[in-house]
Design a protein around this ligand. Structure first.
Ligand code: PGA
Length: 247
């Protein structure tokens, strides 16, 4: 049985007072049946760790360098994330792929760097609207995932995968539960074929998940939780999504 995982992706939002209020609201709503985590901007990791330490809410980052250390101005390494207690790190978010030209190979190297330091990579995959309309959804997500599977090899079963159709991110346009489930099933079959443990791996859905659609999405057989952007910035909304897991 896969335990539901709900991860907040704060993106480049937040301030020290706003974060304190948000985290206090999430902490006050415990316990959750689901596993819950927040992926915050690097600069807020120290305070987030201090606030959440001792609770069962986990924290993580939104990116990681593929390098362990060195002359890479502006980058943050996996050992640094581990030092700050990060349980998770997002890799290959579509905003990084699109705005920072991250290739499948770079995403795979980042996932490997994270896993090597005990930080679970949440590997994001997803097609653009043009790719969906051209009937390429399956080929695109399989290609993106296959690069990571190839690089992680026998450790591939340790990652979490997040399917985020690019056209659904921040647009208010969610994939229908059936559309999302169809892609999740493809990804699970790919993970199962590659690792033999795909049935135990968690595949999250992301893209305009809100309190009113989370339960239907999470009820799909291959959707094991969500990666939540906009709705993770308000405690009441995020808490409602954390509680929306399939019974
Ligand atoms: P959204 O973002 O929930 O605001 O659509 C999801 C994500 O980009 O991870």
């Amino acid at each position: 049985m896969r335990k539901t995982l709900v991860v907040g992706n704060w993106k480049m939002h937040g301030s020290r007072p706003a974060n304190a209020e948000l985290l206090a609201g999430v902490l006050a709503a415990r316990p959750f049946l689901a596993d819950v985590a927040v992926c915050v901007p690097f600069v807020y990791l120290t305070e987030t760790a201090a606030t959440l330490a001792g609770s069962d809410i986990r924290w993580g980052a939104q990116d990681v360098s593929a390098h362990m250390q060195g002359a890479y101005t502006g980058e943050v390494s996996a050992p640094m994330l581990a030092e700050f207690g990060c349980r998770y790190v997002l890799v290959g978010h579509s905003e990084r792929r699109a705005y920072h030209a991250e290739s499948d190979e770079l995403v795979a190297a980042k996932a490997q760097a994270a896993l090597g330091k005990g930080v679970t990579p949440i590997v994001c995959v997803g097609e653009t609207l043009a790719e969906r309309e051209a009937g390429q959804t399956e080929a695109v997500v399989k290609r993106q995932l296959s690069a990571v599977i190839h690089t992680l090899a026998h450790c591939a079963a340790e990652m979490v995968v997040a399917y985020e159709p690019v056209w659904a991110i921040g647009t208010g346009r969610t994939a229908s539960p059936e559309q999302a489930q169809a892609v999740h099933a493809v990804l699970r079959a790919q993970l199962q074929a590659a690792t033999g443990r795909g049935d135990a791996m968690r595949i999250l859905y992301g893209g305009s998940v809100k309190p009113d659609n989370a339960a239907t999405l999470f009820a799909q057989p291959d959707i094991d939780g969500g990666l939540i952007g906009g709705a993770a910035l308000k405690a009441a909304d995020f808490v409602a999504i954390c509680r929306a897991q399939a019974a």
